[in-house]
Design a protein around this ligand. Structure first.
Ligand SMILES: Cc1cc2nc3c(=O)[nH]c(=O)nc-3n(C[C@H](O)[C@H](O)[C@H](O)COP(=O)(O)OP(=O)(O)OC[C@H]3O[C@@H](n4cnc5c(N)ncnc54)[C@H](O)[C@@H]3O)c2cc1C
Length: 411
């Protein structure tokens, strides 16, 4: 069967672009269709957000030739978990776990720059951008997409279409793939914040009455060298407007009341953005000539910093299965081949979704018995090394089935 490409990836966000790097590096003819220029200041996938990466994700990015291209990487040396107004505190420490770092924080924008540079280096890759996919067709006989670029419509064919167009995936809808959606009635307010004291590589996770608050260590401010943290502050939807309307000083005061003075006074806050929070899970991950990955397959609450880590494991496993299948002369769009990917990923998806959703619900519940139970849980975690170690392993992305070493990708 003649096709324009081996594969068309819809969406060049963190997950789609990473998959393109993995497969074009193996000589596959890959097209990526992305609606917003990757280096544009307005690119929402690559904004100023701090993204916590597990050790497993760092390994995958290394194998894709991306790790050394990322300019800002702050190691997470410790994780400090606490519950506002209650006694429980637990700490995870890289030294105690015998690793150099529990994970790393990178800025989404610098990750986007690294991906854009890597994509430019790959000769078998065509980046079609800015362009928007407006129609898709997949069947055992063939697959094609219709896209709009500069007012013109183009049709492209491929052996396989990978949908990686994010949580609000229009491709999922066009293909009639149903999804389950749970609204948390919460939104994340994110901003970069400068504290008075150095964070010393500590990532703080604090459970508050309106939802969890994360303060992640970042590399220092480039212009002043002052310490910098990435804030993800979950607010109830009825609080968000008021929080965003606060001036910088009032915002920092309010934040200090919730976070405390663990890092001294908070002295500066950058641009603030709001993300509505919901859990979305696509009911189908694969069909003949189709795979759905990343946020398009599963959008999580950012509480545990697992969304991209999970999507990157989709990338590693899909690349492994496709490279393996091609080596055996299999058709890349064959449904049995793609089912191998879906079956391999299912336990990891189930585990991470259950873990993240369970944490959100447990720590958003103000009922006294639940608060007591979770505080006993936190105290217990600090006293019980195996439990603490388990939580640290989840945070490092080592808790589930990681991709086994791949022949093609040297993961
Ligand atoms: C506040 C916040 C903090 C987070 N922190 C972490 C963290 O610490 N660690 C972690 O692992 N994860 C974190 N996440 C999750 C992480 O950001 C996402 O899981 C990840 O960005 C998903 O990437 P994606 O490529 O699947 O989707 P997206 O980033 O949404 O990319 C989709 C891309 O598809 C493009 N697109 C859409 N429709 C079309 C179309 N029709 N045609 C062409 N292109 C199209 C879009 O322009 C976009 O570039 C966080 C999320 C939030 C909201």
């Amino acid at each position: 069967m003649h096709t324009d490409h081996d594969m068309i990836i819809v969406g060049g966000g963190m997950v789609g672009a990473s998959l393109a790097c993995a497969l074009a590096d193996q000589g596959m003819r890959v097209a990526v269709v992305e609606a917003v220029p990757l280096r544009a200041d307005s690119q929402p996938s690559y904004d100023e957000r701090g993204i916590a990466l597990s050790q497993g994700s760092a390994r995958i990015l290394q194998s894709l030739g991306l790790w050394d291209l990322i300019s800002d990487k702050a190691p997470i040396k410790q994780i400090h978990v606490s519950d506002q107004g209650h006694m429980g505190v637990t700490r995870m420490d890289s030294r105690r776990e015998g690793v150099e770092a529990l994970g790393y924080v990178v800025i989404a924008r610098t990750l986007g720059q690294a991906l854009a540079r890597r994509l430019e280096q790959l000769p078998s890759l065509e980046l079609i951008c800015p362009a928007r996919v407006v129609g898709l067709h997949c069947s055992p006989e063939g697959a094609n997409v219709r896209l709009e670029q500069e007012g013109k419509v183009r049709e492209l064919s491929a052996s396989l279409i990978v949908v990686a167009d994010g949580g609000q995936s229009s491709s999922r809808e066009q293909l009639g793939i149903a999804s389950q959606v749970w609204e948390y009635d919460q939104s994340a307010v994110i901003a970069n914040v400068s504290p008075q004291n150095d964070h010393q590589g500590v990532a703080f996770e604090r459970f508050t009455r309106s939802g969890p608050l994360a303060m992640l260590p970042m590399t220092p401010e480039p212009d002043t060298g002052r310490p910098r943290c990435s804030l993800v502050w979950t607010r109830r939807n009825d609080e968000v407007e008021q929080t965003m309307a606060l001036g910088p000083t009032e915002f920092l005061d309010k934040l200090e009341q919730t976070f405390g003075l663990r890092l001294g006074r908070l002295t500066r806050v950058g641009e603030r953005h709001v993300y509505p929070l919901r859990l979305i899970r696509a009911r189908e991950q694969v069909r003949a000539r189709l795979a759905v990955i990343g946020n398009a397959a599963h959008t999580l609450h950012p509480l545990a910093g697992q969304g991209f880590n999970l999507g990157l494991r989709d990338v590693a496993v899909l690349a492994e299965v496709l490279v393996d299948g091609r080596g055996r002369g299999e058709d890349l769009g064959d449904e049995n081949l793609l089912q191998r990917y879906a079956q391999w990923r299912k336990p990891d998806h189930n585990r991470v979704i259950a873990f993240t959703d369970g944490m959100v619900r447990l720590f958003s519940n103000p009922l006294a018995p639940v608060a007591l139970a979770r505080n006993l849980g936190l105290v217990g975690l600090d006293l019980l090394p195996p439990a603490r170690s388990w939580l640290a392993r989840q945070a490092m992305g080592l808790g589930g089935r990681l991709p086994r070493p791949a022949r093609g990708l040297a993961l």
